[in-house]
Design a protein around this ligand. Structure first.
Ligand code: SAH
Ligand code: SF4
Ligand code: F3S
Length: 468
């Protein structure tokens, strides 16, 4: 086991941030009196949602309260995503709309952080074209938010803090969780895979695992606080503990979390097919607290495209992996991501993706049209197919998957599932067996997706969201 690695934030740095928390708090008192309010909006993946919970934790310690109303806010913080152009366009649109608000409210600060801001060209665009933005910080300095807020409050000047870095593993940050019974638990950060279309490795840095002892301590703490669902997070979670001399890998971590006494569910994402081993699937099967749900993006069903994407597996390897997964977990729900219209993909190659989808039996699938990301390899490739044509393929694939999802979910009628009740009884959250006797709806996916409110009659109306 390795407690220290080259990515660890030093204890001195952590101590320094505590001092800044205190200093920034004092400044808040004198500047705003009372309790200033922060509005936080998160774009992107679960990793970002989790990061925002830490950002909120730090802001709360400084002395901020929170609001859902933009116009009430003294601090607006957008935690951004860079995964597709559309995600970035939405951020630019929403930031632009803050200009008037900022003019009306003196002392208000606008801050942007997250993956989009880690790209130098974006930070530059914000500096030039959005002069009313006060604070921009990248993904590797999130834990230094107290210092960043202090500098902004004490100087009144812009703070742009976007160091280039392989990344850090911050520990000891306070956290303000959105839910009292579902918790994110990041176990690793960054990605080393460099899929040719993807911006993540450039903005999130190198793969780095958190110390297993810290993870296990946090998991025990969550269980003792009554959390019923713990979702382990990592961009490529199967490579947890790959660092030299770690002595821990993902299956072992999963088993040890499963061994924590208590009634709770463990989820994890995202798995990469090239690192998803039979050992992991066997571990899932044997750990009774692990939800029988696997999110396993395949991206394409065509070997040439998979190679150009740098994914490291073939369509056949993917199918044999999920065959094994269904064999050891017959009730398994598999979900996936797929990209339509990768540069140079032909219609014939796209039909191989359709074939894979027909064979795989996903309970649901996230389908994306390829979006070029500056700085990635794929952005340099020829991309002759029109957006209109890609749109047609996209709709064709959705129709195929809809049919498959409908068939899979129809099988849930009359079966009994254990569900996580979100609003049941006086004593908070309960895990209870509930018989599902209603007509299956398309969005009802055993072991995985949301259940529509009201499907289970009076007692459980709006009471639960997920089966386990
Ligand atoms: N780490 C995860 C996924 C991260 S991004 C994994 O490897 O599976 C989530 C999804 O966004 C990806 O699975 C992919 O399907 C999609 N995606 C990533 N980059 C994209 C791009 N440039 N254009 C379209 N979709 C993209
Ligand atoms: Fe992106 Fe690939 Fe890493 Fe996932 S594994 S984050 S798709 S580079
Ligand atoms: Fe987006 Fe960054 Fe997540 S680019 S998908 S917020 S890792």
């Amino acid at each position: 086991m390795k407690a220290e690695n080259r990515f660890s934030v030093s204890p001195e740095e952590t101590e320094k941030q505590k001092e800044y928390t205190h200093l920034a708090g004092e400044l808040l008192e004198t500047k705003y009196g009372g309790r200033p309010l922060a509005f936080i909006h998160t774009y992107g993946c679960q990793g970002n949602v989790s990061d925002s919970e830490y950002l909120k934790g730090m802001l709360e310690e400084i002395g901020y309260g929170f609001t859902e109303k933009l116009e009430e806010a003294d601090l607006i913080l957008y935690n951004t995503c860079a995964i597709r152009e559309h995600a970035e366009d939405r951020v630019f649109g929403n930031v632009g709309a803050l200009k008037n608000l900022k003019m009306q409210k003196r002392g208000m600060r606008i801050a942007l952080c997250g993956c989009m801001m880690q790209q130098p060209r974006i930070a530059e665009k914000i500096r030039k074209s959005y002069p009313f933005v006060d604070i921009v910080f990248g993904t590797h300095v999130m834990h230094r938010l107290p210092e960043i807020i202090y500098r902004s409050l004490s100087t009144g000047k812009k703070v742009f803090e976007i160091p280039d870095s392989d990344g850090v593993v911050p520990e000891g940050m306070p956290v303000k969780r959105d839910s009292g019974f579902k918790a994110w638990l990041p176990i690793m950060y960054g990605c080393n895979n460099f899929c040719s279309y993807c911006i993540v490795p450039y903005v999130k840095g190198r793969e780095r695992s958190r110390d297993p002892e810290i993870i296990l301590r946090e998991a025990r703490q969550l269980v003792s606080e009554g959390y019923k669902e713990i979702t382990l997070l990592g961009q490529n979670i199967n490579s947890y503990g790959r660092e030299p001399d770690y002595g821990y890998d993902f299956p072992r971590l999963l088993r040890e979390i499963n061994d924590i006494p208590g009634d709770f569910i463990i989820r994890f994402m995202t798995s990469h097919p090239k690192d998803c081993s039979a050992e992991l699937l066997d571990t899932m099967a044997s750990c009774e607290k692990v939800a029988k749900h696997l999110h396993l993006p395949f991206q394409s069903g065509c070997d040439r495209v998979l190679k150009a994407m740098n994914r490291g597996y073939t369509a056949e390897k993917y199918l044999s992996l999920i065959d094994y997964a269904y064999k050891v977990m017959p009730d398994l729900s598999i979900t996936a991501d797929v990209i339509v219209g990768f540069p140079g993909e032909t219609y014939e190659e796209f039909t191989q993706t359709v074939d894979l989808v027909k064979k795989a039996g996903f309970t649901s699938m996230f389908t994306f049209i390829y979006s070029p990301r500056e700085g990635t390899k794929a952005a340099e490739m020829d991309d002759p197919v029109s957006a209109e044509e890609k749109g047609k393929w996209f709709r064709e694939l959705l129709a195929v998957q809809e049919q498959i999802a409908a068939e899979r979910t129809a099988g849930s009628v009359g079966r009994t599932f254990r569900v996580l009740c979100e609003r049941e009884g006086k004593n908070g959250v309960l895990l209870r067996p509930v018989k599902i006797e209603v007509e299956a709806r398309r969005r009802f996916v055993p072991n995985h997706a949301d259940i529509l409110p009201g499907v289970c009659g009076k007692a459980y109306r709006t009471a639960f969201r997920r089966t386990i």
